[in-house]
Design a protein around this ligand. Structure first.
Ligand code: CTP
Length: 403
């Protein structure tokens, strides 16, 4: 998103207020946002809201001569990397589909060569109306993109399809349209989060893994064109949009889920912090306290990654190593033992690295003996760097295979 010019068109629906949150998210992501509002949109939200959030003047008039000279709607359309219409009313979509350009927003959308993403919001019956459907089909045929509305309680009192999609999902689709598709054709499996090993119906052994790194990798791989399956332990993160998600609890459940999809995968990234041990016995009822000490015997869980390494075939296998020191010795050893192509190692005791934080400091160890120390960065940014290295290594590997 950094320095991308995004035009956000707001049309007149009650969901217009949600576009304000989207502006905030886009600006946070580093985008330069220019908002264009239709006349109807201004009845729902004041231009001042968008001006304050975007840090740029809001455009409203087609025939504003001063503005025309300074910026001009055509030049705005030319400079855009992406045009978003949030919310897009049935009326605006109908206008676009009919080639009517009678206001600044419709003119800009028709004049741009940038991708256009529409987020419809309307009453359920309107959304299902065959005329609307035809308009949407026509725009899809002409290369416009849509983010489908959600289902829920609508402002008009109806319950059904037509609610504006969540800003986080619209943002994800915006990222998707701006991303290079260098993982197209790849089937990527990511595992994330901790596993839980139950002692009784209300207690378990687990670890501090938040799942953030794995979720960031799944999101980034999907944006870059891969078909992504995410096998996740229990975490409190939003499911990434456009990703097949399989939820598991224990290490054995994770093993089952991974083995089911493994044959069709081309890349496997195992960020999950799988519990190495589980209680030998799980009590069917709650263990009551007593005066004597409680001894719990732990038995070893399967090493999922090592299992995959044995039947790896042509797949690209990436492991993570959580260490509390001695990274340089332990990580390359794990790479060897588990038959990996790459291992991402971090010292979880360092400030800015490890489980619960949004940043990480890692060293990459490759199969050919190379290593690369990366500086502190956000987990989203790191996900893209790791995928860059995977794309490069896959390219080299396939070149070699093809002679
Ligand atoms: N892993 C796994 N199954 C396990 C344990 C680990 O698939 N039962 C995977 C992790 O997902 C990670 C890699 O193996 O990609 C390394 O995990 P880590 O916990 O760092 O190392 P271990 O192999 O468990 O070794 P140790 O705990 O002794 O450091």
């Amino acid at each position: 998103m950094k320095d991308k010019v995004v035009i956000l068109g707001v049309t007149g629906g009650i969901a217009a207020y949600k576009a304000a949150e989207l502006v905030r998210l886009l600006v946070k992501g580093g985008a330069r946002v220019h908002v264009i509002m239709t006349k109807a949109a201004q009845h729902f939200v004041s231009p001042l809201t968008f001006q304050t959030l975007s840090g740029n003047p809001v455009h409203t008039e087609l025939f504003n001569l001063i503005e025309e000279q300074e910026i001009g709607h055509i030049s705005l359309a030319e400079r855009a990397d992406l045009v978003l219409i949030v919310p897009a009313t049935a009326n605006f979509i109908g206008k676009l589909a009919s080639g009517i350009a009678d206001d600044l927003l419709a003119t800009t959308v028709m004049a741009t060569r940038a991708p256009v993403l529409l987020a419809p919001a309307m009453n359920t019956a309107m959304y299902q109306n065959p005329v609307y459907r035809e308009n949407q089909e026509k725009l899809l045929r002409h290369g416009y993109h849509f983010v489908p509305p959600a289902t829920g309680m609508l402002a008009c009192g109806w319950e059904g399809e037509g609610k504006l999609q969540e800003p986080s999902v619209i943002l994800e689709e915006a990222f998707n349209l701006l991303s290079l598709k260098d993982l197209k054709g790849e089937k990527v499996l990511v595992t994330a989060g901790p596993t839980r090993e139950e002692l009784d119906p209300i207690r378990f052994f687990s670890n501090y893994s938040s799942g953030k790194m794995g979720y960031a990798l799944a999101r980034a791989a999907r944006r870059r064109g891969a078909e992504v399956t995410l096998v996740t332990g229990p975490v409190s993160l939003e499911a990434p949009w456009g990703v097949d998600i399989v939820r598991v609890t224990s290490a054995y459940e994770m093993l089952d889920a991974v083995l089911r999809v493994f044959p069709e995968m081309t890349v496997v990234i195992k960020t999950a912090a799988v519990a190495d041990y589980r209680p030998e016995e799980r009590s069917p009822g709650k263990i009551k306290k007593s005066e004597t000490p409680l001894t719990v015997r732990l038995v070893k869980n399967p090493d999922i990654l090592a299992e995959l390494g044995k039947t790896k075939g042509n797949r690209f296998l990436v492991g993570f190593a959580a260490e509390t020191g001695e990274i340089g010795a332990n990580a390359p050893q794990k790479l060897q033992q588990k038959n990996l192509d790459l291992i991402v190692a971090n010292d979880v005791t360092r400030a800015g690295a490890g489980f619960a934080v949004d940043t990480n400091i890692v060293t990459l160890y490759f199969k050919d003996g190379r290593s690369e120390e990366l500086s502190l960065m956000g987990k989203d940014e790191l996900a893209d760097v790791i995928l860059d290295r995977i794309v490069a290594a896959l390219g080299q590997k396939r070149e070699k295979e093809n002679g």
